[in-house]
Design a protein around this ligand. Structure first.
Ligand code: PLP
Length: 355
C-alpha cells in the first residue's frame, strides 16, 4: 500500500530544553493514519499534519472501549543516527491484543515501514539529551457510528510521536510500592495480556489510592485467589530471592512485556538463574523475614528498570535491600539503556536503525 504524505505548512517550535519535556505532553508535527472497513480492508494510509481526529459521538471506542495500543521508543545514538528497540515485537503484540478485542489484524512489516517513514519526516524531533527519547504511541480503535454491541466493522489505526525527557530526573532512585488487596487489574480469561485502554481504566482507582498514601506504584495481585503477584503499576515485576531471579509467569492476566523478555535474555546470558512461575505475597514476606529478598524491580519501556525500595503489605512496610538499588537491577539498567541508546554493542540484534 502507498503511503501518501502531506507535510505541515506550519511546523511547531521544538522545545529547547529537553530536560523539561516530561512524558507524553508534546507531539511532533506529523502523524500516521489509516482506516479499515470490512469491504475494503485497510486503506487510505497517510502521513498528515498532527491534529485532532473527528469521530461520531456514537463511535464504538467511546462507548465500549474497543481500543488497543503500543508503547515504544526511538533513541538517538551517539553517532547521531536513530534506532528502534525490538519494534517487530510491539507490532506482533498489537496483533495479539487486537485479536482479543476482535479488532482487525495489521501487517506488522507495513506498520514498521510506516513508522520509519513517519520518524524520518519528524527526525529532528528525536531528542539528543541524556535519557531522553521519542516516545511512539501506535493505537487502533473501533469506530462504527452506531450503539449496537457488535464486533466492529470500521477501525482507525494511528501513530503519534512524543519527545519525552528522561524518566529519572534525579537519578535511578528506588520507589515505594503498595500491594493492592481490593481492586484487581485483570482476571484469567479477561484482557490482562492485551495492551488495551480498558485495563488502564480499571486500574486508576488503586493507583490514586496508592498515590494518596505516598506510594509510587501499585503491586497487583491475581484476580482469582488474590495471592500471587502479577505486575507493578504498568510494568512487569522481578524479584531476586536467594540468588535466583523470579518473575510472575505469563498466565494470561500478565502483560507480556518486551523489557521483561529482554531482562530474562540478559540474565540467562549472564548465568543468573531465572524462574518464570507463580510468586505469592507470602513467599515475599517470608523472604523479607529471612533476609533473602535481595532485590526487586519493575521493568517496562518507559522506565526501563525501576528499583523497588519498599513493599507495603496491608500497611506493614518491608524494606528491600536497605532501600537502595541492587547490583543486578543496576546491571540490567546499564546494559539495556546502553543497548537502546546505542552506547553498548547489541549482540542480540535487538536494535534497528531508522534510515
Ligand atoms: C506496556 C506494559 C508493560 C511493559 O511492557 P514493555 O513491552 O516492556 O514496555 C507491562 N505491563 C503493562 C500493564 C503494560 O501495559
Amino acid at each position: 500500500m502507498e503511503i501518501s504524505v502531506t507535510l505541515t505548512g506550519n511546523p511547531k517550535t521544538k522545545p529547547a530544553d529537553a530536560s523539561a519535556l516530561g512524558f507524553g505532553k508534546i507531539f511532533t508535527d506529523h502523524m500516521f493514519l489509516m482506516e479499515y472497513n470490512k469491504d475494503e480492508g485497510w486503506h487510505n494510509a497517510r502521513i498528515v499534519p498532527y491534529g485532532d481526529l473527528s469521530i461520531s459521538p456514537a463511535s464504538t471506542v467511546l462507548h465500549y472501549g474497543a481500543e488497543v495500543f503500543e508503547g515504544m521508543k526511538a533513541y538517538r545514538r551517539p553517532d547521531g543516527e536513530i534506532q528502534l528497540f525490538r519494534p517487530r515485537d510491539n507490532f506482533k503484540r498489537m496483533n495479539d491484543s487486537a485479536e482479543r478485542l476482535c479488532l482487525p489484524q495489521l501487517d506488522g512489516e507495513f506498520c514498521l515501514e510506516a513508522l520509519k517513514k513517519l520518524i524520518n519526516i519528524d527526525r529532528d524531533w528525536v531528542p539528543t539529551a541524556e535519557g531522553a527519547s521519542l516516545y511512539i504511541r501506535p493505537f487502533l480503535f473501533g469506530n462504527d457510528p452506531f450503539l449496537g454491541v457488535h464486533t466492529v466493522n470500521r477501525c482507525v489505526f494511528c501513530i503519534i510521536l512524543s519527545p519525552s525527557g528522561s524518566y529519572y530526573k534525579e537519578g535511578v532512585n528506588p520507589v515505594k510500592i503498595m500491594i493492592e488487596t481490593q481492586d484487581v487489574r485483570a482476571v484469567r480469561g479477561g484482557t490482562g495480556y492485551a495492551k488495551c485502554g480498558g485495563n488502564y481504566a480499571a486500574s486508576m482507582r488503586a493507583g490514586e489510592k496508592a498515590e494518596q498514601k505516598g506510594y509510587a506504584q501499585v503491586l497487583w495481585l491475581d484476580g482469582v485467589e488474590r495471592k500471587y503477584v502479577e505486575e507493578v503499576g504498568s510494568m512487569n515485576v522481578m524479584f531476586k530471592i536467594n540468588g535466583t531471579v523470579v518473575t510472575p509467569k505469563l498466565t494470561g492476566s500478565v502483560l507480556p512485556g518486551i523489557t521483561r523478555r529482554s531482562c530474562i535474555a540478559l540474565l540467562k546470558e549472564w548465568g543468573v538463574p531465572v524462574e518464570e512461575r507463580l510468586v505469592s505475597v507470602e513467599e515475599l514476606e517470608q523472604a523479607v523475614k529471612n533476609n533473602t529478598l535481595d532485590e526487586a524491580w519493575g521493568c517496562g519501556t518507559a522506565a526501563v528498570v525501576s528499583p523497588i525500595g519498599e513493599l507495603c503489605v496491608e500497611d506493614v512496610p518491608y524494606v528491600v535491600n536497605g532501600g537502595k538499588i541492587g547490583p543486578v537491577t543496576q546491571k540490567l539498567y546499564d546494559e539495556l539503556t546502553g543497548i537502546q541508546w546505542g552506547k553498548k554493542p547489541d549482540p542480540f540484534g535487538w536494535t534497528e536503525t531508522v534510515k
